[in-house]
Design a protein around this ligand. Structure first.
Ligand code: TRP
Length: 448
């Protein structure tokens, strides 16, 4: 294992990388819809409380594990709990992220395709036609694979350049670009006649829509959106210097993630309502409804390009963080260069991506437990693997790490002040509240 590990240059670098991982398709294609359907501002309030009381402590516990150990996911557990079997959680996160990236890259490929289509003005002003473009793309055998490969190997290429000159540099450029483009689109969208109905959909508080299910949905979304339970925060935190403030960093990351989700809502929903469309989520929203709307807005060609840049950036910075788990593991444990580790891991993942992509077309009748390969990967990672790994991480931080070590990390070895009440709340949350929340989400999503 190599000792001279790289680290992020400074606080801004850490933040853009973490926010880059957190801000992804979940913020764009799911959060706005969930908010609107579940009571607007009432949902947002619940979401924020959950993010602060449950998800932030979880993020911090992954942060503590990573920074304390200063190693890849597997080695982190080995170092902090020698002679025990906790390292299996590390291996679990490697498997989880590899499976996630295999279908995430397929969607990344679709995004590149739509970016090319919008840049060459080939989107049509007709939802049925755009629906046709999308369906014929995903069901064709070869074309999506080409774009998937571009997405995956570009991710690998960025990672090969290193933590500082690859991940950090790219995130520093792309994340501000993402925010600027999204704000421009939100302003345009809000200026459309009839957009206020979209704002109402997002923000009008309606507590009558709040049920137990709403709370579980908020929990699940916050969890997914902050990239918890996949070892990402452990890996990125292992590159955080000892003098950075991990409490502040985690707090700002979760705030930025939520803020971005809200701005994304303002970019999408007002336009959807201005054109009398039904609010929607998922690929149908991104690849069918929105392209149709863009062609109807004055200057919409430019907005379409900006929008697909936003989606691409959101996806690629998330996939970088996913692949980094494998690369950190392979390069540190086998002594391979980052480039070799990235090439080998991307190539293996690509085989799974091919299966995922084909399961939308030629292999669509091949199902396991009633699910296509793509859906199966999505289901198994979201409902089983992420649950097990995140439970493992918080239980490890809450019950296995020593209280003094936790305080040592939270205060940078005593240099920062933190009240004993905050520490006690944090430990209480990761010992009891967070594990209970994870189990509840798991049961809810298995039976939903
Ligand atoms: N947070 C990402 C989003 O909002 C999705 C995600 C979940 C993710 N877990 C992850 C991204 C792990 C990277 C790594 O879309």
């Amino acid at each position: 294992m190599t000792n001279n590990r790289e680290s992020f240059g400074g606080r801004f670098a850490v933040l853009v990388a973490l926010v880059g991982s957190a801000v992804g398709l979940g913020n764009l294609w799911r959060f706005p819809y969930l908010v609107g359907r579940n009571g607007g501002a009432a949902f947002i309030l619940i979401y924020i409380v959950i993010a602060l009381l449950i998800c932030l402590p979880m993020m911090l516990s992954e942060g503590i594990i990573g920074r304390r150990a200063g190693a890849n996911v597997f080695r982190s557990f080995k170092k902090l709990a020698p002679g025990s079997g906790w390292w299996l959680i590390g291996i679990g996160t490697i498997i989880t992220t590899s499976l996630i990236i295999s279908f995430y890259s397929v969607v990344g490929g679709w995004i590149i395709y739509f970016l090319v289509k919008s840049a060459t003005l080939q989107l049509s002003g007709d939802a049925t036609a755009n629906g046709g473009i999308f369906t014929s793309l995903i069901s064709s055998p070869i074309e999506p694979l080409v774009y998937t490969a571009i997405f995956l190997f570009a991710t690998g290429g960025i990672i090969s350049m290193g933590v500082k000159s690859g991940i950090e540099k790219v995130s520093k450029i792309l994340m501000p670009l993402l925010f600027v483009c999204t704000v421009i689109i939100a302003v345009e969208s809000l200026m459309l006649p009839g957009s206020s109905k979209g704002v109402e959909f997002l923000f009008k508080p309606d507590f009558s829509k709040v049920t137990a299910e709403t709370v579980f949905q908020a929990l699940g979304q916050a969890f997914f959106s902050m990239s918890l339970g996949c070892g990402i925060i452990i890996t990125y935190s292992s590159y955080i210097k000892k003098n950075e403030h991990i409490v502040t960093t985690s707090f700002i990351t979760s705030c930025m993630d939520t803020l971005f989700a809200l701005i994304a809502g303002l970019a999408i929903m007002p336009a959807v309502f201005a054109f009398g469309q039904e609010p929607a989520q998922g690929p149908g929203l991104l690849f069918v409804i929105l392209p149709d709307i863009f062609t109807k807005i004055p200057g919409g060609e430019v907005i379409a390009i900006l929008f697909f840049i936003v989606v691409f950036v959101a996806a690629v910075t998330s996939s970088i963080s996913l692949l980094e788990i494998d690369v950190a593991f392979l390069s540190e444990e086998f002594g391979w260069s980052r480039a070799k580790s990235a090439t080998i891991s991307s190539s293996i993942i690509f085989i799974f991506s091919v299966l995922c992509s084909l399961s939308m077309g030629p292999l669509k009748d091949f199902t396991i437990a009633g699910k296509t390969i793509f859906d199966l990967f999505d289901y198994v990672t979201a409902n089983i693997l992420m649950t097990v790994c995140s439970l493992g991480c918080v239980l490890f931080a809450g019950w296995k790490l020593k209280r003094e070590d936790i305080i040592d990390e939270l205060t940078n070895a005593g240099k920062l002040k933190i009240s004993p009440a905050t520490v006690s709340f944090f430990i209480f949350s990761i010992r009891y509240i967070a594990p209970a929340a994870i189990i509840i989400i798991a049961i809810f999503s298995l039976f939903a």
